[in-house]
Design a protein. Sequence first.
Length: 213
Amino acid sequence: MAVRIDGGTPLSAALIENVRTLCDRAEDGDLPGLVVIGVGGVPADGWTRGLSVDIVSKWERVLRRLERLNVPTVAVASGDCGGPAADVMLATDFRIATPDTRLIVSVDQEATWPGMSLYRLARQVGPDRIRQAALLGVPIDATEARQLGLIDEVAADPAPALAALAERASGIAGKELAIRRQLIFDASRTAFEDALGAHLAACDRALRRVTTS
């Protein structure tokens, strides 16, 4: 694991710095191959105390940076996973979960977990399929998460799945990965005519590389 994110840890400047440092290391080439992040844990009672919009905004900015790294990112989830742990998992490229994993949208009597986790959930699987989890806090277990496409693989031992992912990703150049990822992000919200230019630009880039190689 490059780092582990504990969902029971309050959202704080220290947690933001932890993810920022991870991104720095990945961009500097200190983490070749996959960036593997362990995630688990859920916020304790009273998690809203001490939170501010400024902290949430900084957290979302660093998550967006994680989401756009030129290195494949993998979350390895175990146990109940909510709060910052779920945020990070939903911002990674690939997700592996142990059978006891449950994704939990953290809510209390007055507040829903802040930030963009609900946005990412709805974008990734559709609003109808996560309504009970989002509105009522009903856990999504590992089997259901796999069926929804939130989890790529359920495994008691994540090591073989990580090794297979590393092998498949080894030949992908960093910038090419970022381009493919962005094309995927844009596909669900961009009309075909508007998306065509970006895809043709990606094709042109690929063809030029072949010509000059």
